[in-house]
Design a protein around this ligand. Structure first.
Ligand code: ATP
Ligand code: MG
Length: 398
């Protein structure tokens, strides 16, 4: 055995030509970024696969787990690379599964090197017979316990019997950018992660209402962004000074409609930011029915103020599922730190669960909110999270 690698099988790669090239190059960049904290192993990419060189097989599980969150990967296999002579291939195959006994196996061959003297069937028979003769395994070509994959390529032969499923989709950076409305709660960081995992870049927008909300929220957001930064090389956070607009809402709007109007205002501001920053969609951590204000009727009323698609990755997830993901990615302990959100502070006792767009418009007709929305957009402060550290704190960036 001359070395251990993780072989990355590309996801949804039906694209050709230039697109294929940029898929492969972008994925290699993303894989290198994802593995920065794993000793930056060498990553090489070819037409059909990329390879991550492993210093030791012991690292394989941890690295594969990290790669499972990198979009654009169909599966990840722990492969053993060996010279192509049939004797070495047979021995490597046996080495790979020699710990197993009483199970069934089959050999599955991919012969990318069309000039190899044995054809696929000949290779499968040779290796299968050798393993059969030297192990306590039996052959079952229909439902084997172990599938021994063999890829005969120009430069070497690769063998593997175990793969981890990947996230699929396209590499992050190929599918455009969404503007994520990020609170300090449990849901929106999980929604952010799901977008990233699907290959959608994000930029974040937070509505702060000092002095009702404290600066501790910003510390929480920065800690959350540090985690999300592990999936995207740099992430911008825009902080909107929302207090004046929020106070106006509570002065002019009947209490049950306050949350809906507030969300419509948030979306109007998000719309402006998305236009300026070339985002193609808005996104939230809302989940249908989770709280009174997150009904389908309410979503209709909120969506009516923008023609951007609003992606709600958690729309049909239940809370326990969401909590499970937040624990897995490490945002849970940050999210549960006590904090005040502008939504909770001003939360009406009985929010309208079936708000009507016409009534929203009637309330909004009672005060001059446009200059307040403009003030919010003009007052945005931006922070850029890069290499796990915030930059440009307090300065406005494009
Ligand atoms: P979360 O846990 O994400 O805060 P939640 O279940 O507490 O969600 P809400 O507080 O009703 O629900 O918020 C719903 C969504 O609205 C959030 O997931 C987030 O996308 C957005 N949102 C709420 N408050 C803010 C805020 N202060 N800044 C930015 N977005 C917000
Ligand atoms: Mg919240």
């Amino acid at each position: 055995m001359s070395g251990d690698y993780l072989m990355i099988h590309y996801g949804e790669l039906s694209t050709k030509g230039e697109n294929r090239k940029s898929f492969i190059n972008q994925l290699a960049r993303n894989v290198r970024h994802a593995l920065k904290d794993y000793g930056s192993p060498a990553v090489t990419s070819g037409r059909d696969h990329a390879f991550v060189a492993l210093e030791s097989e012991a690292m394989a599980g941890a690295i594969a787990k990290k790669l499972q969150d990198v979009s654009g990967i169909q599966k990840i296999s722990l492969v053993h690379k060996c010279p192509k002579d049939i004797e070495t291939v047979e021995k490597t195959a046996l080495d790979l599964i020699k710990g197993e006994s009483g199970k069934t196996f089959k050999v599955k061959v991919k012969r990318a090197d069309k000039s190899y003297p044995l054809d696929s069937y000949g290779l499968a028979c040779a290796v299968g017979d050798y393993v059969l003769d030297h192990s306590a395994l039996a052959v079952d070509v229909h439902e084997p316990d172990i599938t021994l994959n063999l890829e005969m390529r120009k430069e070497a032969c690769y063998l593997y019997d175990h793969s981890y499923p990947g996230a699929g989709g396209y590499p992050l950076g190929m599918n455009g950018k969404a503007l994520m409305l990020l609170s300090g709660g449990i849901d929106s960081p999980v929604a952010s992660y799901l977008l990233l995992r699907r290959g959608i870049r994000i930029e974040c927008l937070h509505f702060a209402a000092p002095p009702y909300t404290s600066s501790a929220v910003i510390d929480k957001l920065l800690d959350i962004l540090k985690i999300l930064n592990g999936y995207q090389e740099e992430i911008k956070l825009d902080i909107v000074p929302f207090t004046k607009l929020q106070e106006a809402i509570y002065e002019y709007v009947d209490e049950p409609y306050c949350i809906t109007i507030m969300r419509r205002m948030m979306m109007r501001i998000a719309h402006e930011v998305a236009l300026k920053d070339h985002c193609l969609a808005l996104a939230t951590g809302e989940s249908v029915g989770q709280v009174a204000s997150q009904t389908l009727d309410s979503m209709v009323a909120i969506n009516a103020v923008t023609n951007f698609p609003i992606i709600r990755p958690l729309a049909v997830s239940d809370k326990l599922q969401i909590i499970g993901v937040s624990k897995k990615i490490g945002t849970y302990d940050i999210s549960i730190r006590p904090y005040e959100d502008c939504c909770t502070i001003f939360a009406p006792k009985k929010p309208k669960t079936k708000p009507k767009v016409s009534e929203c418009e009637a309330f909004e007709g009672k005060f001059d909110w446009k200059p307040l929305v403009e003030e919010c957009v003009a007052g945005i402060k931006s922070i850029l999270m890069k290499n796990g550290a915030p930059k440009d704190f307090g300065k406005k960036t494009e």
